[in-house]
Design a protein around this ligand. Structure first.
Ligand SMILES: C[S@@+](CC[C@H](N)C(=O)[O-])C[C@H]1O[C@@H](n2cnc3c(N)ncnc32)[C@H](O)[C@@H]1O
Length: 224
């Protein structure tokens, strides 16, 4: 059962920025994810990207994609997208670098047949190459610093089986404009590079109004 204790979003954001900055200055820029999940002690309100629902842009995109094989959910967090794919009929493996997130997600969705794994996108098992019919990346690339992102993104296309699809979702920013992240909205140039040599099959750039603020998002997909 998920706990819902309201926390001030501004305070959570400040805390995350501090944790991410400290992790980066210690030379381990990804450790703050586990620190955040474990210090949240099962309170989903402390995880700002999680609301118990699958990503709405992914849900719309999946509407045109009949479930057909193995799906890999990258950096699955608390598992909402993985659960949605599983309910649609995909055979799902979901991984995250945070052991606490994986334990949390696997307990939340214990009723579903999902393989939950603690893995680092930068050190995936070699047998995962060319294995997946669908690879889903939601808000990971924008949540990791640029020096890690440029190594992480090229891993994604290498995971696809022939005919497989890659879908990536996140925020768009202007190249050259410095932002204090995470998240770091991605430039159009970076987004179009995510698929590498794959065929780009769609790109949508919706603008959404959230609490009076315009949020520029993207969802893009590729095919092998
Ligand atoms: C902003 S959260 C998004 C989580 C989830 N995809 C969602 O949309 O709710 C980024 C996630 O990526 C995970 N992550 C960051 N770096 C990773 C890496 N190198 N390998 C696997 N997961 C990673 C974090 O632990 C975190 O759960």
């Amino acid at each position: 059962m998920r706990k819902h204790i309201k926390e001030d979003p501004e305070l959570i954001r400040e805390r995350i920025l501090e944790m991410a900055k400290e992790a980066e200055s210690n030379g381990n820029p990804l450790t703050w994810f586990e620190d955040l999940y474990s210090s949240s002690e099962g309170n989903e309100e402390m995880i700002p990207w999680s609301n118990g629902e699958p990503n709405h842009l992914l849900v719309e995109w999946l509407d045109g994609e009949p479930p057909q094989g193995r799906a890999l959910v990258v950096g699955c967090g608390l598992g909402e997208d993985a659960a949605y794919l599983s309910e649609l009929g995909w055979k799902v493996t979901a991984f995250d670098i945070s052991p606490t997130a994986i334990k949390w997600a696997s307990e939340t969705y214990a009723n579903l047949d999902i393989e939950w794994r603690v893995e680092d996108l930068l050190k995936l098992p070699t047998e995962w190459k060319r294995k997946w019919d669908l690879v889903v990346e939601v808000h990971i690339l924008q949540a990791i610093p640029e020096e890690v992102r440029v190594m992480a993104a090229p891993v994604l296309p290498s995971l696809l089986a022939p005919g497989g699809r890659l879908v990536s979702v996140g925020r768009v920013g202007n190249s050259g404009v410095k932002t204090t992240g995470p998240p770091w909205p991605l430039s159009r140039e970076f987004i179009s590079s995510i698929g590498g040599d794959l065929e780009n099959t769609s790109l949508a750039l919706p603008i959404e109004l959230v609490n009076g603020e315009e949020i520029h998002r993207y969802i893009s997909s590729w095919k092998k």
